[in-house]
Structures are given as structure tokens and as C-alpha cells.
Design a protein around this ligand. Structure first.
Ligand code: TTP
Ligand code: MG
Length: 343
């Protein structure tokens, strides 16, 4: 019998900020944009204290500010969050080698081979993650990824929810269809139109009806998903499609020397990253965003894949020459794609 565990960190960015600045514990904290609610930007996440005011991810910062002017607004510090994420993922790897990291704060683990009760495994993981990072997480355990992900969301924060095949009718069917992975606003709206709001109601629709409307693939997916059926494997290894870096200047720049120098710095980072991860790439793309947000990209494809700093720099400057720098520059970026793994 398959046993899949899904772990999702609680209020991830906000919890990290509260951890490193304990005076913020218990306070409404909003992480997003540059951390200044007077500037454009959206909420990346809000602490549970801030959520009580109705603040949530993707909401404009200004709206969040209106809902709770006393909240502490902080800028996004991806570098720190990635560092913590790596610590979490490597702790998880000690429990099972079959792990699929999803985004920055989520992962699936296949725990079928671990000879312990699921509660015990979950408690051990929570303890390890807390010990390594000081943060809490919520865990769901179920026979497949679909149900495990639903389960981890059922008792947040610091939750543990175990779903077996026998629980599908009582605990999954009452939930809104939106809780199913792959059901977005469009599918939800159509289903609502035909009187279907819960997963249980979805399970009562014939597969032909669903396939007739959504097509073979999505239709039969919905039919199976509503019954808690999901055989999808964990994807334990992702090949990157490209390796890139970009930089936003503190102030918009029109000095070519400064632009060129920064471009060289990020080319060096990209080349280092390629070599460290064992890739070579064929296509180099340069991106320039001007002060008015107009964005241009130019690409150069080389004769053969490379990870050489000189080759990438040459190609990048070929690209740069093809963009007229008639305005001040806000952002520059470099991407290497067409990747091949080195032998
Ligand atoms: P989530 O796991 O969706 O949210 P969360 O961890 O903040 O809160 P929860 O306890 O409900 O799991 O996303 C993880 C991180 O990803 C989140 O801390 C910030 C980031 N994020 C965004 O930047 N924008 C978004 O719209 C969402 C949903 C998340
Ligand atoms: Mg989370």
C-alpha cells in the first residue's frame, strides 16, 4: 500500500521573519514587494495574526495596509527563504530518498517503505524541521499525492491529517471542488453552473459528461480525482530548462560602463552556476528593462553548448549591441538555455 506524505510550511516567509526577529512573534506581519505599503507590490504572505484582518497572498500591499495599518510590512528576502528551504529539503531527504520538492515550502515524500506508524513519522519530521529551522509545518499523509496535499491543508498551522481510502466519502466529499489540484476558477465556475460545488457532487457526475465538457484528459482526471484516485508518481528529479540571473538597479542607469560592468557580474554568476550544476547551454539571452518598464530581449545561439565565461560573455555582448539604449535602464538579465548535462 502506497503512503505519501505532503509537508507544507506554515506562513513560510512571515514565519522566517518572525524567527529571525523574535519581537515580531505574535504580531501581524506582511511580507511583500519592497516592504513599503505605499509602493506598488502585492502580499507574498501574511502571518496568521495578519490573516485575521483578512490579509492574504496576492492582495495589493495598499489594501493590506488599509485592513491593518499597524501590521509590520517587510520586503521579500528570497535569498534567506531559499537558504531555509534548502535546510528543510535536506532534512527531509534523511527520511526518504523519494522526495519531490514543490516550490519553496512544500514537498512530497514517499514513506511507503518506512516501517513505522504514519503519526510517528510525521512527528519525527516536525521535530527535525523545527530543530533545524525553528519553524512549524503542516503534514498530510494519504495513499496518493492528490489526497496528501488536500490533507496537509486541512488543519493548518502545525497540523497533522491522515486520510485513508475509507475517509474519502466522509472527509473529502464535503470539500469544495476548488480543493482538488487542477481545479481553478474556470472549472469551478462551470461546475457551479451545473449545480456542482463539492467534490462529492462532482463524483456523482458521469465520466461522459465531464469528458464531453472538459475533453478526454481533464475530464477523466476530474472523474478520478473526485473519487480520490491518483496514481501520479513523485517527480524526484527536475532538469532545469535554463539558468539565469537578473538585477534591478537601485536607481535607473544610463551610463553604459555601469550597465556593462553589471552585465559582466551576472554573466559570471550564470557561468559559475552552469559549471557547478554540470550543464552547458547553447543559447544566451539578454534582457533589458527600461525605466518605463518596456522590456526587450535578444538571443544568440552558439555553434555548440558551452559553459565558458568567455563564450557566454561574447554572446551576451552581441545581444546587448542589438538593443538600443535610448532610455534609462532599470533591470538587466542573462539567461542560458538549450541546456545539456555534461557527460
Ligand atoms: P504557501 O504555502 O501557499 O503559503 P504560506 O506558507 O505563507 O502559508 P500557509 O500556512 O497557508 O501554507 O506559500 C509559500 C510561500 O510562497 C509563502 O510564504 C510566500 C510565497 N507565496 C508568494 O510569494 N505569493 C503567493 O501568491 C503565494 C500563495 C505564496
Ligand atoms: Mg506554506
Amino acid at each position: 500500500m502506497r503512503r505519501i506524505l505532503h509537508i507544507d510550511m506554515d506562513a513560510f516567509f512571515a514565519a522566517i521573519e518572525q524567527k529571525r526577529r523574535p519581537e515580531l512573534i505574535g504580531k501581524p506581519v506582511v511580507v511583500g514587494g519592497s516592504g513599503d505599503p505605499a509602493k506598488r507590490g502585492v502580499v507574498s504572505t501574511a502571518s496568521y495574526e495578519a490573516r485575521r484582518f483578512g490579509i492574504h497572498s496576492a492582495m495589493p500591499l495598499i489594501t493590506a495596509y488599509r485592513l491593518c495599518p499597524d501590521a509590520v510590512f517587510l520586503p521579500v528576502d528570497y535569498e534567506e527563504y531559499s537558504r531555509v528551504s534548502e535546510i528543510i529539503m535536506s532534512s527531509l531527504r534523511d527520511f526518504s530518498p523519494v522526495i519531490e520538492a514543490v516550490g519553496i515550502d512544500e514537498a512530497f515524500l514517499d514513506i511507503s517503505e518506512i516501517n513505522k506508524p504514519p503519526e510517528e513519522i510525521a512527528e519525527e519530521i516536525k521535530k527535525r524541521v523545527k530543530g533545524a529551522t525553528g519553524l512549524t509545518c503542516s503534514i498530510g499523509i494519504a495513499p496518493n499525492k492528490l489526497l496528501a496535499k488536500i490533507a496537509s491543508d486541512m488543519q493548518k498551522p502545525d497540523g497533522l491529517t491522515i486520510i485513508t481510502e475509507n475517509d474519502i466519502e466522509t472527509r473529502i466529499w464535503p470539500l469544495a471542488v476548488r480543493k482538488l489540484w487542477g481545479v481553478g476558477p474556470k472549472t469551478e465556475a462551470y461546475l457551479k453552473g451545473i449545480g456542482i460545488q463539492t467534490i462529492g457532487e462532482l463524483a456523482s457526475v458521469s465520466p461522459d459528461t465531464l469528458i464531453g465538457h472538459f475533453g478526454e484528459s481533464h475530464g477523466s482526471y476530474l472523474y478520478k480525482a473526485s473519487r480520490g484516485i491518483d496514481e501520479s508518481p513523485l517527480i524526484t528529479h527536475w532538469e532545469p530548462k535554463s539558468i539565469s540571473r537578473e538585477t534591478t538597479f537601485q536607481r535607473d542607469i544610463n551610463n553604459f560602463q555601469i550597465i556593462a560592468r553589471n552585465l559582466i557580474d551576472i554573466i559570471r554568476d550564470v557561468a559559475d552556476d552552469l559549471r557547478q550544476r554540470g550543464y552547458k547551454g547553447r543559447t544566451v539571452t539578454v534582457k533589458i528593462r527600461f525605466a518605463d518598464f518596456k522590456t526587450y530581449t535578444r538571443a544568440k545561439t552558439l555553434m555548440k553548448p558551452t559553459d565558458s565565461l568567455n563564450d557566454i560573455r561574447w554572446a551576451a555582448f552581441q545581444c546587448l549591441k542589438r538593443i538600443e539604449l535610448k532610455n534609462k535602464v532599470r533591470l538587466i538579465g542573462v539567461r542560458v538555455s538549450g541546456l545539456e548535462k555534461e557527460d
